[in-house]
Design a binder for this molecule. Structure first.
Ligand code: ACM
Ligand code: ZN
Length: 684
């Protein structure tokens, strides 16, 4: 008897071990602030009894939202005595709750589930966490209590629909994913030179003409001379959102607790407007500039009418006015702009732009809204309550925060999702730069030592779409990198651990793919350029290099030590690669004494979109005395200049010789404004 009973006990324990999983195995994304495990689990018997203790204006949308999820519920009017199998949502001011109305406490007990929060958004986010647990554990969820709240209030994703148009259904699909990641701001870049995308009743030509172009993709359009078309022309390509479609998107966003921040670009990036309303440009002629004439009152009439309709549609407190990359060329040659500067005592183009930004800022303020602008708006004085979006690195954000302005951090090197996420030679064409998942994850938008860090509203990733012609491609660039962004935006900095995150990112990437999102296959990620991971040993390490052609001050790398420091560059040319503009690379390495050599090599890259080229050819010479050189050979280049796919190539001589001085001369292809980048002269 006894041995049998003992075996029975062991078997039961083993079985329970298999079926009772613990909350420590949670794979939540973003990672919550705190999880406490409890014994046991909750077994869902659908439908759950749903009881919502909140005013009807809050309860009804939450119940409606739950009907769109896989958790089946039946709503009860009141809490039942000794209830079981329940889902309770409680709006409460309880002391134990996080202060943020987006925070929540989710308690999973054997009898049922309770979500409590001070705010409707918090109840919604508690449900998002529950949905993730449900997707992971199925109908038996380990008992636990999760206390959670966001690190930042602004957790944004930006979508450029001008360079390539993405329809309303696509936008709604991304909103659903955003909500599940607890992202809460969609920055909708609705207008830019490549197409105006929003119906404006006062200016029908914006959507009859400026929304259409010759060329299906941005690249085709540019190659064909950036020509616009009319709606309905056989060659017309593009599109726009009707107000009805926008309302539909906004209704969904509202139910998902996402604020949609519209962007209407001014004063630059407005070629499409000035093509159909050229009287608003300085010259009065179409195709002459991308900037509105700021000395023309009609510009302000146009902008205020457009913004009036925008404010009517969009309830967002924040309205983005662009403000980036405006050229002053047309303004400086324009009598109207000059006269305004004279009249208002504006000394520089930045002050002229600031004048225009202030006018629009006052207009928005009078309507109870706040202006958001790219960090160029800092170049002049800015409205006191303006929000600065820091994209040209973090410097703008730091300056703005220190000066008491609210900022959203979105620096290119961490937040521009149009860059490559893996080996650029294996990836679909993208814009410049290498931004892998790990780098997005490593970003801290408000480090402890940052002055004014409490002015950092949050963080945002931007998806510019010059090189993103299809919705599939857009999703490929967004996910899984948006998962990393979500965790940067929501989770405490101290809990950040990339390896652990990556395990969860793999799960969520798979889930996203199953749900029909074309996420990048993280499992297949190759990672950083292998050559850059370890120092390289060779004969020239530490040897002096003399330069017959200077490097460019913007890309010095480690200066004179760069090419013999044993360090190879990563995929991005921004680090360790030395850059040469409009110039050959002509350098001579001194080995210190005549030595036998069998290889002389250096790498170069071609990034067409950044005007970075492989050399036309490389000439390698050697000398024993530094006076008389003889050629070891000329290495040609057969990679086509017009090829837009990035390429990394080694230009090398191999043989058997001896030398003290080795001259490495990479000849530029002569393209004006072109770059050569190299990282190391390797001599063996
Ligand atoms: C920007 O990337 N021009 C804001
Ligand atoms: Zn002008």
């Amino acid at each position: 008897m006894f041995p049998n009973r003992f075996l029975f006990l062991v078997a039961t324990l083993l079985l329970c071990g298999a079926c009772e999983r613990s909350a420590q195995e949670n794979a939540l994304l973003p990672e919550p602030v705190a999880v406490r495990e409890y014994p046991g689990s909750f077994k869902i018997h659908e439908p759950l009894s749903l009881w919502i203790d909140a005013p009807d204006s809050i309860a009804r949308p939450l119940a409606g939202y739950l009907r769109t999820t896989p958790i089946e519920c039946v709503r009860e009017e009141r809490k039942r005595h000794a209830a079981k199998n329940y889902l309770h949502l409680v709006l409460s001011k309880g002391d134990s709750l996080p202060e943020s109305p987006e925070g929540y406490v989710l308690a999973i007990r054997p009898a049922g589930i309770t979500v409590r929060s001070r705010g409707e958004a918090g109840l919604f986010y508690g449900l998002q966490t529950l949905l993730q647990l449900h997707a992971q554990y199925g109908d038996r969820i380990p008992a636990q209590k999760i206390t959670d709240y966001p690190r930042f209030a602004w957790r944004g994703l930006h979508l450029d629909v001008s360079r390539n148009f993405f329809d309303a259904e696509f936008v709604k699909k991304q909103l659903r994913m955003m909500a599940s990641l607890k992202l809460n701001r969609l920055h909708w870049h609705l207008t830019d030179g490549a197409g105006w995308r929003l119906a404006i009743d006062a200016y029908p030509r914006l959507t009859e003409e400026a929304a259409w172009r010759v060329g299906k993709t941005w690249q085709e359009w540019r190659r064909g001379g950036s020509r616009y078309a009319r709606r309905g022309d056989p060659e017309a390509s593009g599109g726009y959102y009707t107000k009805e479609q926008v309302r539909d998107v906004l209704a969904l966003a509202d139910s998902l607790h996402i604020t949609v921040v519209p962007e209407i670009e001014m004063p630059g990036h407005s070629e499409e407007v000035l093509t159909v309303y050229p009287e608003l440009s300085c010259s009065g002629e179409p195709g002459t500039s991308g900037e509105f004439c700021l000395g023309n009152e009609q510009t302000y009439v146009f902008l205020e009418r457009v913004f009036s309709e925008v404010l009517e549609l969009f309830p967002s407190e924040f309205i983005h006015i662009g403000g980036d990359e405006a050229s002053s060329r047309a303004w400086m040659a324009c009598p109207k702009c000059r006269a305004l500067m004279e009249r208002e005592g504006l000394k520089t183009p930045a002050e002229l732009q600031a004048y225009a930004v202030h006018r629009i800022g006052r207009f928005l303020e009078a309507h109870g809204r706040r202006l958001v602008g790219w960090d160029e708006i800092l170049d002049g004085s800015i409205p006191a309550d303006a929000v600065v979006m820091s994209w040209r690195g973090e410097e703008g954000g730091r300056r703005a925060a220190a000066a008491g302005h609210d900022v959203v951090m979105t620096p290119g090197s961490y937040c521009y999702f149009d860059g490559y996420q893996d080996n650029p030679m294996t990836q679909p064409q993208a814009f410049t730069g290498y931004l892998p998942l790990s780098k997005v994850y490593s970003y801290d938008p408000a480090p402890e030592q940052m002055a004014g860090r409490d002015r950092v509203l949050g963080v945002q990733a931007n998806l510019w779409t010059e090189y993103i012609p299809t919705p599939e491609q857009a999703e490929y660039m967004l996910y899984p990198r948006a998962f990393a962004l979500a965790e940067v935006a929501w989770s405490p900095q101290k809990s950040r651990d990339y390896d652990e995150f990556r395990t969860r990112a793999l799960i969520y990437t798979e889930r996203a793919r199953e749900a029909g999102y074309n996420a990048f296959d993280l499992e297949s990620e190759e990672g950083e350029r292998p050559e850059s991971l370890e120092p390289v040993e060779h004969l020239a390490v530490g040897c002096p290099v003399s330069y017959a052609t200077p490097w460019h001050r913007s890309y010095p790398a480690d200066g004179v030590a760069t090419l013999t420091d044993g360090q190879r560059g990563p995929w991005s040319y921004g680090e360790r690669w030395q850059g040469f503009l409009n110039s050959d690379v002509d350098v001579t390495v001194d080995l210190g004494a005549v030595k036998p050599i069998r290889e002389v090599a250096a790498d170069f890259m071609q990034w067409y979109s950044a005007w970075v080229w492989l050399p036309a050819r490389v000439e390698i010479e050697v000398s024993a005395d530094g006076e008389t050189f003889r050629s070891l050979g000329v290495i040609g280049n057969d990679y086509p200049q017009e090829e837009e796919r990035p390429e990394y190539r080694t230009f090398a001589w191999k043989g058997s010789d001896e030398a003290r001085y080795v001259r490495y001369h990479a000849v530029s292809n002569g393209r004006v404004g072109g770059w050569l980048f190299t990282d190391e002269i390797i001599i063996r």
